[in-house]
Design a protein. Structure first.
Ligand code: AMP
Ligand code: MG
Length: 342
């Protein structure tokens, strides 16, 4: 049985206590953050952490992010915390920035996917923060989706994937940002961007100067990445996703041609559009700003799938600001299938 707790109207102390109790008992609680929903467990309890991996069907070498509610908790999880981590935390925590640091011995290898480093962040969401505070534990939480599926931005998505399989789901309504956190490795210098996310790279560079970008961020899949999570196919709906990239006007023309070609061949086609209307079988308008596209992208992938399309066409966006995270997720969802509109 799964308890679904409604907290759409805001934090309810009494209900948080119930959920925190589950965390203390080593059980799984899905909860909202500002990025996407997380599937949480006590980060220091190896059995609890192992049950995250088995519930998700997540490969054991794909490390988890540990969520904290107070900066001081970082010192109990990581050692040799550089000054830059403190500076970044002052600027961006709570918020969608995950920092990778050398791990302390008390952090189980299960949590870090066997690595000697640990990924930590402080979420900017009152439900998440209250849950961490109330349980008095660091909470390991990957996105609350079955491994390989699009990340959940609504409690309904978590219900679809985990109802009956976990102890508790806290419904806090739609998540604000819609893409996961930015992951920055601070165990090397200059720091290395491992995953673009809700905090744009440009903002980080304004504070600490130049950041290196891992080749997997923009490019193809890598065989053996420093963040093992990079090598797995991600965010994939059942439909085949195809990205159309190029100059904006040409992309829209090419999309229209492709919609017609698919329809003529009897293939049910869905479109993830940015402002433009397409005469596809199903059209999901993401909105036009980077913020709207990021917020709606995963939901669109899930919904178009539910509507039973065979193919999903997506417009590429420019790779700056949030656009870097949007394209990173889209490329993975598309299995790197890209059509250039020339
Ligand atoms: P998820 O929680 O599903 O958004 O995935 C967490 C991601 O954070 C992983 O797939 C890695 O890319 C990254 N990550 C977590 N821990 C580490 C670590 N110790 N070193 C490098 N990357 C990490
Ligand atoms: Mg994930």
């Amino acid at each position: 049985m799964t308890i679904v707790i409604n907290m759409r109207e805001g934090v309810d102390r009494r209900k948080i206590k119930v959920a925190a109790r589950f965390i203390e008992e080593g059980k799984l609680v899905a909860f909202p953050t500002e990025t996407v929903y997380g599937l949480g467990a006590n980060a220091l309890d190896r059995n609890a952490v192992l049950s995250i991996f088995s519930a998700k069907g997540r490969p054991a070498d794909n490390p988890l992010i540990i969520h904290i509610s107070d900066f001081e908790q970082i010192y109990a999880l990581a050692e040799d915390v550089p000054k830059e981590a403190e500076i970044l935390a002052k600027h961006f925590w709570p918020g969608p920035l995950t920092m990778v640091l050398p791990k302390r011995e008390n952090v189980p290898k299960e949590t870090t996917g066997g690595l000697e480093s640990v990924a930590i962040r402080m979420p900017a969401h009152e439900i998440a923060l209250s849950l961490i505070r109330e349980s008095r534990l660091p909470i390991a939480a990957p996105s609350a989706n079955i491994s390989g599926k699009p990340s959940p931005t609504l409690a309904e998505h978590v219900v679809d994937d985990f109802y009956g399989k976990i102890e508790c789901i806290i419904d806090g309504g739609e998540t604000k940002i819609g893409v996961e956190s930015t992951v920055l490795d601070l165990t090397t210098w200059p720091p290395l961007l491992l995953r673009p996310g809700g905090l744009p790279l440009e903002k980080i560079e304004e504070v600490i100067g130049e950041v290196q970008i891992h080749p997997a961020v923009r490019g193809k899949e890598v065989d053996l990445a420093k963040a093992p999570g990079m090598k797995y196919k991600h965010y994939s709906p059942n439909a085949e996703v195809i990205i159309v990239e190029g100059k904006k006007e040409r992309v829209k023309e090419r999309m229209k041609e492709l919609v017609n070609e698919f329809k003529e061949r009897g293939i049910k086609v869905g479109v993830m559009a940015t402002g433009e209307f397409y005469e596809a079988d199903e059209c999901f308008n993401l909105g036009e700003s980077e913020e709207e596209i990021a917020k709606n992208m995963f939901r669109a992938l899930r919904e178009l799938d539910k509507r039973g399309v065979d193919v999903i066409l997506a417009e590429g966006v420019e790779e700056r600001g949030l656009g870097l995270a949007i394209m990173n997720r889209l490329r993975k969802a598309a299995g790197y299938r890209v059509i250039k509109a020339e």
